[in-house]
Design a protein around this ligand. Structure first.
Ligand code: MN
Length: 297
């Protein structure tokens, strides 16, 4: 009886914003950037969301090779959906990232990394698709030791809806008592969701988390009110109030659901650095020049 009462008290999160995922040019790379956007309020603690591909990569078409570059003050995360990338960093890591894998870098006081499609993948050719996510760190953790976590697709815990038409992979955080393996610095949920046609699921997102739903592919009705389609509206944000959202896939679909406790601190961002003040940005520029973020050749 008591359980029933608790269930009835659950409240759906309301949709606060619906937006497309506009294409932007980053040098030779054309990708989708739903966040930051002038049409979306910030989704604290998430700073940036880039959706790249699917691209047809070959020896004749490989613009997506990022050479060594630094980061400080946040966590750059890559979720790879298609293809294969090679990751290298100044901590000495060299990892092949395969479709479904996740790399979670805690830049902390500084790291230098490089990534791009692996040589073998470029030679064989194929599609590359991924998400690059920037997750902020609170002031007290911006200068922590850098760290790199690699999560293989097959090791990611999965929950399913009742008829098994939807798989939710827990990259980080927890849902229905199942915990992700990534060590996070603040309470954060990162869920990769794969749906067949006509699947429905309620997805728990804690009250007081800021949250967003991003559609990579397919067509999904959210909260029984908002239809998202690739190439049209692809992202929703939600109220902190409420403790779940509902999804209904109209066709085979791929989604990313993010939530986290807001950090609520001032942000000073310049290039690859996300700090609290302009002085800290100047220090980051100087420390990189002095080699204090490490070396990668
Ligand atoms: Mn980077």
């Amino acid at each position: 009886m008591e359980n029933k009462i608790i269930k009835e008290m659950r409240k759906i999160k309301s949709i606060t914003n619906k937006t497309g995922s506009p294409l932007v040019n980053m040098g030779p790379i054309r990708l989708r950037q739903p966040l930051p956007s002038h049409t979306v309020e910030k989704v604290d603690p998430f700073i940036l969301l880039h959706h790249y591909g699917p691209y047809a990569i070959s020896e004749f078409n490989n613009p997506f090779d990022l050479g060594p570059h630094p980061h400080r003050g946040f966590e750059p995360i890559t979720l790879l959906y298609k293809g294969e990338q090679l990751h290298r960093d100044s901590l000495g890591n060299e990892m092949l990232v395969k479709a479904g894998d996740v790399q979670w870098t805690t830049a902390g006081r500084g790291i230098i990394h490089a990534e791009g499609p692996s040589k073998e993948f470029v030679q064989n050719g194929g599609e590359l698709e991924g998400i690059q996510l920037w997750l902020n760190l609170p002031a007290e953790k911006k200068m922590m030791q850098a760290n790199y976590q690699h999560l293989k697709s097959e090791d990611i815990p999965v929950i399913e809806n009742q008829d098994k038409s939807i798989k939710l992979k827990i990259v980080a955080g927890n849902i229905q008592g199942v915990k992700g393996l990534i060590i996070t610095q603040t309470p954060v949920n990162v869920f990769n969701v794969y749906a067949k046609e006509s699947g429905t699921m309620n997805i728990d997102i804690p009250e007081n988390h800021q949250s967003l739903f991003y559609l990579l592919d397919g067509e999904v009705l959210v909260n029984n009110e908002s239809l998202l389609k690739k190439g049209a509206a692809q992202m929703l944000t939600f109220s902190e109030e409420g403790d779940f959202i509902s999804i209904e896939s109209k066709i085979k679909s791929t989604m990313l659901i993010l939530s986290g406790e807001p950090i609520n601190e001032p942000i000073a961002q310049y290039g690859p650095y996300v700090m609290n003040t302009q002085t800290e940005i100047m220090e980051a520029l100087r420390d990189f020049q002095q080699g204090k973020m490490g070396y990668l050749y």
